[in-house]
Design a protein around this ligand. Structure first.
Ligand SMILES: [Zn+2]
Length: 88
């Protein structure tokens, strides 16, 4: 099984809200990175909804091309598996 490097948890000044469940997402932990950057994918800790960080680090829905890239991204799949395990 592939191992992933988890970055340090950071506070998000933009305090984005999940576009699905509405939870305030004021912190983030990166996989293979520290601070989120525009274009990075976000997985909601609460509901698993997938969003993309916008230029102002708010969250937006992924566009069609991003959705195709996300669909077979092993890191995203691993995050979703880890979330499901934590929620059990
Ligand atoms: Zn959510």
């Amino acid at each position: 099984m592939k191992k992933y490097r988890i970055g340090k948890s950071v506070q998000l000044k933009a305090k984005p809200q999940c576009r699905d469940c509405g939870e305030l997402l004021d912190g983030a932990t990166g996989v293979g990175a520290n601070r989120p950057r525009p274009g990075n994918v976000s997985v909601c800790f609460y509901c698993g909804h997938i969003s993309v960080f916008a230029d102002d680090l708010s969250l937006r829905e992924p566009n069609g091309e991003e959705m195709r890239e996300i669909a077979d991204n092993e890191t995203i799949l691993a995050i979703q598996r880890a979330r499901r395990k934590l929620k059990q």
